[in-house]
Every structure is written in C-alpha cells, then in structure tokens.
Design a protein around this ligand. Sequence first.
Ligand SMILES: [Zn+2]
Ligand SMILES: [Zn+2]
Length: 238
Amino acid sequence: MSNLSAYILNGCTKIVHTILPHHCALCGAGTLNRLLCTACDADLSHYLAPACPVCALPTPSGQVCGACLQHPPAFDRTLAAFSYHFPIDRLLHAFKYSGNLALTEILAKPLAQLAAHHPKPDLLMPMPLHPGRLKERGFNQSLEIAKPISRWLGIPLTADLCQRMRDTPTQAGLKWKERRRNVRGAFTCDLDLTGKTIAVLDDVMTTGATLNEISRILKSQGASEVCAWVVARTPHQS
Ligand SMILES: [Zn+2]
Ligand SMILES: [Zn+2]
C-alpha cells in the first residue's frame, strides 16, 4: 500500500472511531476508544495464585504438584498469564471463533509482561495448527498472539519449526494415559535443535497433553529446554 493510501485509510479509521460509539468487548458498556470498559479491564484476573512452576496448576505454596512429580512432563516450565475463567474465557472465545483480532494485544500483553521476568528463550514458537483447521479458521490464534510478543521481547519467531500432522480434537473426558496416546504422532519436526531453548506459545492449556507431545518432539530434536507460554490455564486438571 502506498504511503498516501495508508494515510487516507488511517484517517478514515480515525473518523469512524470518533463517530461510532465504542462498546466494551465483554459487557457492551460504552467505552472511550477502548476495547474494554474500565470495570472489565480491572476484572481481568491475572494468574497470581501460587502455582506449580512446571504445569502452572495452583499449589498451596507454589511447589511442584504431585502430578508433575509422578509423571514429569516433557516441558520444563509453564508461564500462564491468566486463569481460564470469566472474563478471559470470553475474550479468548471471541478472539478465536469470531476472528476478533483487535483483542490480540489485550491477550498478548500480560503474557509478555510475565515472560519478561523469566530467562529469554532462543526461539518463540506458536503451537502449530493442523492445515485443515487453519483453512477453516483463517488464522492461527497462537501465531497472532506470538507475533507482538516476539516483537516486544526481541525473541525470533519460528512458525514452522514443527508440522501438525493430525488434529487432536477432544481431550476432555480422557484419562492422562489416553490423552498421551491420543496426541502421539500429532507433530513432526526434522530440524536440528541441539542446545536450543524454546518457548511454545498456546492460547489455552487444558490438560497439557498437546504441549507435552510437542515438547517431547522438540527435545528429541535436541532442544535443551522447552517452556510452555500460555495466555490462560484451566485451574483444574479436567
Ligand atoms: Zn465492560
Ligand atoms: Zn505440576
């Protein structure tokens, strides 16, 4: 796009923003040029409860949880910006299913702020979406969230480190062992990742089985550390 047409488009967008009233993406209340009203913004519950450093499930004093001690996952740590409940669940849903990409920054910023307090990985990789799912949705939600984080924190973004061979739809209701079996062979990677530290970004971490499988593959290619970066973590192993 030429500078002039970008200038005109930008100007038109500003005019539309000024004329049309803004509504909070969550409660519909009027806002002043913002996606969320002040009340909803304050309501966004950050994930501050003490949690297992490996899987981010709440533990009384932030110690490693029993499940991680019993079956250590392939990822080394998890950073979760939010607990997966209202209102973040609604925002994520709107972002993912109605393609409301304007919500990207609201979802990405708290995760970037959290990650800035941790060691910087060599690479940031969004959870790959199966090509069929990508075609259906039109975008990879994890890639969209990873883009600004990569920019803000100065971490190279590598969207095609692994390929997703299979879609693994429903994990709910499956036992841990079945979940692990369900995701086996879901990804392939043929790159040499010797000594690399990698952060895998996903929008929501529910059982951790998919993140576990991709971490297993990355480590089998030589990655020395894999960290899960998620916008929201379900508070229970459901
Ligand atoms: Zn609101
Ligand atoms: Zn744990």
